[in-house]
Design a protein around this ligand. Structure first.
Ligand SMILES: CC(C)(COP(=O)(O)OP(=O)(O)OC[C@H]1O[C@@H](n2cnc3c(N)ncnc32)[C@H](O)[C@@H]1OP(=O)(O)O)[C@@H](O)C(=O)NCCC(=O)NCCS
Length: 333
């Protein structure tokens, strides 16, 4: 019997309507379009403005779209894994809220937290449930309302992030397509450079933490940038080497969208040309767990059955990794 692979058989993204441009950011902090564009590649990002709505609203929209385009009944879903750094609440899991919103009554659901690498880690985790024959229909959703934890008085972080979500359906494949290999890494000593200081069990919310603005993303940009360039490039190169892939064999690189310069460095190390790199950072910024599925969604119509695709991510933790997959279907235009 042939090995069961976990293959992506559908993808859908969702971004909120409100567009926060670099021009508007110029009215909030001391910055300018030229600086933001040349240092990060971001031109605009989407923001979920409606009060009371959180990451689950974005994730549920992506999954509803996914179910409708793949003609799958919500009740047929076995499992939903939600990768998010901005859960609606600390508990219950945002995945449970999403499952309820989309009517996935028979699914069990849980969150996976690995900052910007969360979607990649969740995809690798989900694939094991398929490869072992345990489940047949698993959804991985990456969703973040980063605007809920971004300090719009801090010019070095507020320019990067945006809100968005993307979801993929994973099903068994017996033809050798789907996920082939993954490399997943973490190094908790990197936490000093990228974290949220308060609101967790070590430092619960208090008047003091609010006054000190400790409920926002704290990022020391340069060390994070250096670690991202090195580690994302290393794992992308390693996964190519151990699967005997030359640059010509790679159809697409799907990088986490944190900074265009990090993406360029990774592609250079892999020897992959710009035309093979999915890039939408200019439109959405860094949507954390949303970036990779949003790229796959936007490029879906160009993907062909059998395409060799490398996913790569780096994020808080530090966490990083790469996945090599063979795309399992031709686009349905
Ligand atoms: C955040 C980031 C864009 C900053 O870019 P950078 O080139 O490292 O910039 P620096 O922090 O060295 O700052 C350079 C100068 O620009 C200034 N600056 C920072 N943000 C600015 C902004 N929005 N507009 C104008 N100037 C800005 C700094 O104050 C500094 O000024 P100084 O030299 O007078 O002190 C970059 O470090 C980065 O992308 N880091 C990694 C992000 C990432 O991958 N995150 C992890 C995944 S989520």
């Amino acid at each position: 019997m042939r090995r069961i692979n976990a293959a992506i058989t559908g993808v859908q993204g969702y971004v909120p309507d409100y567009i926060l441009t670099n021009k508007e950011l110029e009215t909030l902090v001391d910055t300018n379009d030229e600086w933001i564009t040349s240092r990060t590649g971001v031109k605009e990002r989407r923001i979920l403005k409606e009060e009371g709505k959180g990451s689950s609203n974005l994730g549920a929209k992506a999954i509803k779209g996914l179910l409708s385009k793949t003609n799958i009944n919500a009740e047929d879903i076995d499992l939903i894994i939600c990768a998010t750094a901005t859960p609606d609440m600390i508990f219950p899991a945002t995945a449970c809220i999403i499952a309820d919103k989309v009517g996935a009554k028979n699914a069990f659901a849980y969150d996976l937290m690995a900052a910007c690498s969360g979607f990649l880690f969740a995809l690798a985790t989900a694939s094991k449930f398929i490869e072992t024959g345990t489940y047949k229909k698993v959804i991985v959703v990456g969703t973040d309302k980063m605007s809920s934890i971004v300090d719009y008085t801090d010019r070095s972080t507020c320019i990067i992030f945006g809100d968005g979500a993307g979801a993929v359906l994973l099903e068994p494949n017996n033809d050798g397509l789907g996920i082939q290999d993954s490399i997943l890494k973490s190094d908790g000593s990197g936490r000093e450079f990228l974290h949220m200081k308060a609101g967790g069990s070590a430092k619960p919310a208090s008047y003091k933490t609010i006054d000190a603005r400790e409920h926002f993303v704290f990022q020391d940009g340069q060390p994070v940038f250096k670690a991202a360039v090195k580690n994302m490039s290393d794992v992308s190169e390693e996964i190519m080497q151990r699967n005997n892939l030359a640059a010509d064999d790679v159809a697409w690189l799907v990088p986490h969208q944190a900074n265009k310069r990090i993406i360029d460095a990774t592609a250079r190390r892999m020897g992959v040309g710009d035309e093979k790199v999915m890039l939408n950072i200019q439109k959405y910024g860094n949507t954390t767990n949303g970036t990779i599925p949003l790229c796959l969604w936007e490029w879906e119509n160009q993907l062909k059955k059998g395409d060799n695709i490398i996913l790569a991510a780096f994020g808080g933790g530090f966490t990083w990794g790469s996945i090599y997959l063979k795309w399992a279907y031709d686009s349905k235009k």
